[in-house]
Design a protein. Structure first.
Length: 255
C-alpha cells in the first residue's frame, strides 16, 4: 500500500529528452530488471483479452509495456506500465504513448503485474506517477493471489476495499481473488486465458461443433431413410389393396 503522501519521483525516474533519437527506452526504476516466471505470460494474457474485449473500431487503445510520456518537456517524467488502456484513442502499435499527440488523453486504466524483484520504492514511485498524471483505475496484480485496486476520487487514487468480486467500472472486468490465485473474468463470464489456452479452447469448441454437425447430418440421413422406408411400405400395402380390388385412396378418404 502506498503511503498517504506519495513519495517524490526521483531524478532517475525521468527520461532525458536529449538522449531520445527514437522511441525512448523505459526508465530504469519503472521497468523491472528481472520478471517473475509468469510475468510476461500475465501481461500478454491481459493485453490479448482486453484487445478481444475492445475489438477494432471501438477506439480503445490497449497496449503492453509501452512507454508513456505525459508532457512535451525537455525532461519529461515517464513510466512504462505493463498494460495501459486509453478510451477514445485509435488502436494501433505505438513504441511510445506521447500524450500531447493523443489528444492530451491520459491512459484511463493501468495494470502492473508484480515481479519478483519489484521493491516497495519502485511501486510507490509508480503509484505516485499514476496518481499525478490522471489515471482513473490502477490495478497491481500479484499472480500468487492478491490484487490492489485504486480508483480516482478527485486528485487522488483511493484503495478499493475488497477486490474479490469487484468489477472495473471502465472495463467491466471482474476480479476473483482468493489468496492463492487471481482470475480476471470478462463481462460475459469467461475467465481470462493466455493465447495458447484460448486457441486450444477454440479448437476444442470447433471440434465439438463439427461433431455436432456430423451427428445432425447422420440423424437427418437416418430420418430420411426411415421416411423413405415408410413411403415404400405404404406403396406396397396400397398395391396389395389394389390387387384385392380396393382403392386405397378411397379408403383413406372414407377414414
Amino acid at each position: 500500500m502506498p503511503a498517504d503522501t506519495p513519495p517524490t519521483i526521483t531524478g532517475s525516474f525521468f527520461a532525458d529528452r536529449h538522449t531520445l533519437s527514437g522511441p525512448p527506452k523505459p526508465p530504469a526504476p519503472v521497468q523491472p530488471t528481472e520478471a517473475a516466471p509468469d510475468h510476461g505470460d500475465w501481461v500478454s494474457m491481459i493485453v490479448g483479452e482486453l484487445k478481444e474485449l475492445f475489438p477494432a473500431g471501438t477506439d480503445v487503445l490497449v497496449a503492453g509495456q509501452t512507454t508513456w510520456l505525459p508532457e512535451d518537456t525537455e525532461r519529461a517524467p515517464a513510466a512504462t506500465p505493463d498494460v495501459l488502456v486509453a478510451f477514445g484513442r485509435p488502436r494501433g502499435s505505438r513504441g511510445v504513448y506521447r500524450q500531447w499527440q493523443e489528444g492530451h488523453v491520459a491512459p484511463h486504466v493501468v495494470f502492473e503485474v508484480q515481479a519478483s524483484d519489484d521493491g516497495d520504492d519502485q511501486l510507490d514511485e509508480l503509484f505516485a506517477f499514476y496518481q499525478d498524471h490522471g489515471v482513473e483505475e490502477y490495478y497491481l496484480i500479484d499472480p500468487r493471489g492478491s490484487v490492489e485496486g485504486y480508483r480516482r476520487r478527485g486528485a487522488r487514487l483511493v484503495p478499493v476495499r475488497g477486490m474479490d468480486g469487484y468489477a472495473s467500472p471502465r472495463l467491466g472486468v471482474t476480479f476473483k481473488v482468493d489468496g492463492e490465485s487471481v482470475q480476471l473474468v470478462t463481462p460475459d463470464g469467461r475467465v481470462f486465458q493466455n493465447r495458447e489456452d484460448r486457441v486450444r479452447g477454440l479448437e476444442e469448441r470447433i471440434q465439438e461443433l463439427t461433431m455436432q454437425v456430423e451427428d445432425e447430418k447422420h440423424r437427418a440421413s437416418s430420418e430420411a431413410r426411415r421416411a423413405d422406408t415408410e413411403r415404400r411400405l405404404r406403396e406396397a400395402l396400397a398395391a396389395q389393396l389394389r390387387q384385392l380390388g380396393v382403392d386405397p385412396d378411397a379408403s383413406r378418404r372414407a377414414a
